[in-house]
Design a protein around this ligand. Structure first.
Ligand code: ZN
Length: 319
């Protein structure tokens, strides 16, 4: 085992709020082989893994579902990282060793907590160097997240590099104000933009653009964000489900942070994703992506409701 900094595994933390576009960005980087010989760890707070189905380009991947690794799933992450270090030191041929780890965090994760977890571990700290924390920022929804979610702000604070997505759906003025606000939260972070993973030049913002107002937030005065699972059965009624979902987002869009899952329909397996009230146009998954157990199970992430309330409400619509 080596403990020199040069011999350590390099780890990139990839963070960002729910629905910011982390997986899309990462998928593109993997396709471009931007991380060399890489092992990707994908963490999802919900039990419904979806992101791994989208990341077919990674040769080596571990999925950690059902617990955010910054809090509940810490031990699972430590076990995976220790195994990776062991496997690597057991390989005599250096040319086949992995060089990088990319950890795509759950949208509920505080990257700083993961950094601290790795750096305070007596073995990992000698084996792994966290080289950068990249945080993906949704240019359309970031303002609301930063004004309302303490977590959204903590993610930005932890970033070395901020990558804005969806700037093509935001006005130049809003983007400039967002950049000024990000600069105020994370003054040292490099700001760039990307569309579907490809880099995009960000306009140099004028010095007179001021950050938007950011009220004091503390986590304690808000309901915690929870992740619920809804099973739609073997042959889901797509129409009834979409009617229910529209009604839910209409009534509770501010409380539903994210809805995500794969639903079998006559047209194929649809990847369904929403961010707040925005429903992203459903994507039909290619045949190469094999059906998984979690098909027809939808993750609903948000606050101010319980699993039972959601299940009852859906049952009412499907009846
Ligand atoms: Zn967490």
């Amino acid at each position: 085992m080596t403990s020199t900094p040069e011999g350590r595994l390099r780890l990139t933390l990839l963070g960002g709020f729910l629905g910011s576009g982390k997986t899309t960005w990462l998928r593109h980087q993997l396709h471009e082989k931007a991380f060399g010989r890489v092992h990707v760890i994908v963490n999802e707070a919900a039990d419904v893994p979806v992101d791994d189905a989208l990341l077919g380009a990674a040769d080596h991947m571990t999925l950690l579902a059902g617990g955010c690794v910054c809090c509940k799933g810490q031990q699972d992450l430590l076990n995976v990282l220790l195994d990776l270090c062991d496997d690597r030191s057991g390989l005599a041929d250096r040319s086949t060793r992995i060089e990088n780890i990319v950890l795509e965090t759950s949208g509920l994760a505080d990257p700083a907590a993961i950094l601290q977890l790795i750096q305070s571990h007596p073995i990992l700290v000698r084996q792994i160097v966290v080289t950068q924390t990249i945080v993906i920022v949704d240019a359309v929804h970031a303002k609301a997240q930063l004004q309302q979610e303490a977590l959204g702000r903590r993610q930005i604070e932890a970033a070395d590099r901020l990558i804005l997505t969806k700037t093509d759906s935001a006005t130049a003025q809003d983007t400039a104000q967002l950049c000024a606000s990000l600069e105020a939260i994370a003054p040292g972070a490099i700001q760039t933009a990307a569309i579907f993973g490809s880099p995009l030049v960000l306009q140099e913002s004028a010095p007179d653009v001021l950050p938007f107002a950011m009220p004091d937030l503390s986590d304690s005065d808000m309901h915690p964000i929870i992740a619920c699972q809804l099973n739609l059965g073997d042959k889901p009624d797509w129409t009834a489900f979409t009617v229910w979902l529209s009604a839910l987002l209409h009534a509770r869009g501010d409380q539903i942070v994210r809805v995500k899952g794969v639903v079998g329909t006559p047209a194929g397996r649809l990847l369904l994703q929403t961010v707040r009230r925005t429903v992203q146009s459903p994507e039909i998954l290619p045949d190469t992506v094999t059906p998984v157990e979690s098909d027809n199970t939808i993750a609903v992430i948000g606050r101010g409701f319980t699993q039972d309330q959601l299940s009852d409400s859906l049952a009412h619509f499907s009846a």
